[in-house]
Design a protein. Structure first.
Length: 320
């Protein structure tokens, strides 16, 4: 018998150290070899398996930071090394795939997607959320509104028709006071900004009674997971990506959309592009767990109230 120490953990087995070999394979993103060596370590119940998991977690966190910093050189190999040790991890696979697509590695991204589909992580190659609830029906990127969602849309459009000026003033004031530039690696860094302001308890100091009433009504009728104000500057581009979960749908109420820009701002969801998706005072519904992207070729800021509501089937089962 031979003994090895990995990260302060004593590992005992015959032959070579499978934990070290798993990490070595992960570093070159050889998923099959990494999984093979890790299986041997688990079969022998080696305590160093925990150290391999901790190493993968640290590398995944470093990879996510690299994505947020737009570091095209470091993000894919870091996330790839972690993924090779945990290819059944949906959130990690989603992050790695997105990083490969963002940084021009489509061939490798296609192989990762094929692997994920074979493992049953997702059922549609265009619907790749980090959290995938298999109990929920997939109704496409542009789903038909259920009765509760139709009611929410009607309420939002009615509220805007009655108090549009207040909506706009409150949204712009909130962006001015608490807006931040999105740092998810999704913006084209050579393009103008995409900024955001949360509508939650963290921004209560910004007065927004009109917005809060509208948000509360949506919460009662449709179930609400998150709310915010999203501003896209002219010339901005949000690169293809998927949202974090299929347990939600997205409603956007157009707050500031110049009439001349309507047909020059394009939202593409699940491969279907719609110019004119955003109209001031109107709501657009889409499922952001499907791949989507935005191109703003207009001349003025686009500002929307961004509402993440429960997927209707998730809402009917009580948000559980």
């Amino acid at each position: 018998m031979r003994k090895w120490v990995l990260g302060g953990c004593l590992c005992v087995a015959s032959g070579s150290n499978p934990c070290d070999e798993a990490i070595a394979a992960a570093k070159v993103i050889d998923v099959n070899a990494a999984q093979r060596h890790l299986a041997v370590a688990r079969q022998h119940d080696l305590p160093c398996v925990a150290d391999v998991g901790a190493w993968a977690l640290r590398v995944a966190q470093a990879g996510q930071r690299a994505v947020e910093q737009g570091d095209a050189r470091r993000a894919p190999p870091l996330l790839g090394a972690a993924w090779a040790l945990a290819p059944d991890d949906g959130p990690l696979t989603a992050k790695y795939y997105t990083a490969l697509m963002l940084y021009d590695s489509p061939d490798r991204a296609a192989r990762v997607l094929d692997d994920a589909m074979a493992r049953g992580l997702w059922r549609d190659p265009l619907q790749r959320p980090a959290e995938f609830d298999t109990a929920l029906p997939s109704l496409g990127g542009w789903p038909e509104a259920s009765p509760p969602v139709r009611a929410c849309i009607a309420d939002l459009e009615r509220a805007y028709a009655e108090n549009g000026a207040a909506f706009r003033a409150e949204a712009l004031a909130l962006l001015e006071a608490r807006g931040y530039e999105q740092h998810e690696g999704l913006q084209d860094p050579a393009k103008p900004k995409w900024s955001y302001a949360d509508v939650d308890d963290s921004t209560l100091e910004a007065s927004r009674p009109t917005i809060d009433r509208a948000v509360a009504a949506v919460r009662r009728t449709c179930g609400l997971q998150a709310a915010g104000i999203s501003r896209l500057e002219p010339g901005a581009a949000i690169r293809p990506h998927t949202g974090p979960t299929n347990r939600r749908w997205t409603l956007h109420l157009g707050l500031v959309v110049d009439a001349a820009d309507v047909d020059r701002i394009t939202l593409t969801v699940a491969g279907t592009a719609r110019a004119g998706a955003w109209i001031q005072g109107k709501v657009v519904l889409f499922d952001d767990s499907y791949e989507h992207d935005v191109v703003h070729a207009g001349a003025h800021d686009r500002v929307v109230l961004d509402l993440s509501v429960d997927h209707p089937s998730f809402f009917r089962r009580g948000g559980r």
